[in-house]
Design a binder for this molecule. Sequence first.
Ligand code: J2J
Length: 531
Amino acid sequence: MHTDDYVPYPEEFARRYRAAGYWRDETFGQMLRDRAAAHGDRIALVSGGERWTYRDLDRRADRLAAGLRRLGVRAGDRVVVQLPTTPAFYEVCFALFRLGALPVFALPAHRSAEIGYFCEFTEAVAYVIPDRFADFDYRALAAEVKVPHVIVDGDAGPYTSLDSLRGDAPVPLPAPAPDDIAFLQLSGGSTGVPKLIPRTHDDYIYSFRASAEICALSEDTVYLCALPAAHNFPMSSPGVFGTLYAGGRAVLIPHGGPDTAFPAIAAEKVTITALVPPLALLWADAAARTAHDLSSLRLLQVGGAKLSEEAARRIGPALGCDLQQVFGMAEGLVNYTRFDDPEDTVVTTQGRPISPDDEILIVDDHDRPVRPGQTGHLLTRGPYTIRGYYRAAEHNRVAFTADGHYRTGDLVRQTPTGHLIVEGRAKDQINRGGEKIAAEEVENHLLAHPAVHDASVVAVPDTYLGERTRAYIVPRTPGTPLGAKDLRHFLRERGLAAYKIPDLFEFVEALPTTAVGKISKAGLRSLPERT
Ligand code: J2J
């Protein structure tokens, strides 16, 4: 890939990370090859009636890589992957990894606004979708997107079926280098368009190998992937990749609700899973009434958004397992509470970093370190945290310090034991139960409506989701009939993912401003709710 596209780790850091044994020259393709050699007949992936062994996954990846190559996909090419949590998701990932082509991970909830942007911005050569999922026809979405090849898992209609690429005999392929970019992950974002995160084989494999150790994964692990597979959390903390690294088994379900998850836990004797806080609370409530046997579950990881102490105390006992808090980000840094942490630490902190070489700086508004224990902006640098977003030189100057620390946008404080407590956020983002929404992105879409003069989107507290989204709208002509329904419809028509469509709309004559005349989001958040 063109080096202008991403910011490599400086040579001196790369040397240090290799010398410390974090980067071990592993690649995804070789990792699967090694696992297939070591435990070929063990089950790697389970989904409904399907059970794929490590050997199955390895062979399928080889064949699909050959099929994709025949289609014209080459090393370095980008391929937008929008698949739900199915074995095909991992088959496609490993086939692309073997080719050295880069999956660009999209979420099943994304629609034409997001997908069109990913395809155009990354100059993707292909787009991989299911035929239908969750009452939505992805082939209709593909029709709105400009991309050379659409590949469909299932009934392909006018497109190329995944099946037609699965029959090829494996071909020799040049192996990607361990420090090559393996894929582009999606950032939660706080800017007008989503940012893409380039992760290398070296850095990402370190993050899930070390995560697997922290979570004590082994060949006996049965991991339930209850969150969408493309999310960084169930992918790598330690997630399905960490489970495959350890030789365990990953159980894949389409949705994480108790109705689907509990029978899967009972049937497959699931030992570990990862949830966002609202889902964890739903499970805790449902566990009291369920007839399913959940006793195999040993560890419940909760992360993606702040878990209240009250909820944290309740969840473990309700599900009869240990709780682990996880504070991570697709850009890199991941923190875990540990098995030997005292109960109070597990329920009141969001954990401590994976790596001894994760550098943590907590600073004030002028980048000066705060006093120990005080709250400040979290900056970080380390062996699996990116140095820059993909093709984003200008934004990188504000998102990273001159010496390469990533500005997380999170406000944290650190305990004397090194554990971090998330106190808030400085970035202009809404964390809707773990789903991240960049306010500016939604505002830009609202401003495109001819009757909207001004728009501002903020987070408001919500008992179930933690936060939800409220949009303040200044109509162009006061008194024109412009309603929430019109704007919701407008945003849907523009192809914006449903989770980004504001929950509440307020129509106002003007937006409050700060002393320097900028829109005051703090002022908006403190306005009383009228709807
Ligand atoms: C408060 N805020 C949290 C937590 C993430 C593991 C776990 C989560 C993610 C993730 C991830 C939080 N308490 N426990 O990638 O590997 C908020 C912070 C953070 C942002 C990152 C992983 N855990 N957050 O959530 O890229 O604001 O990654 O900066 O989606 O989520 O979001 P994302």
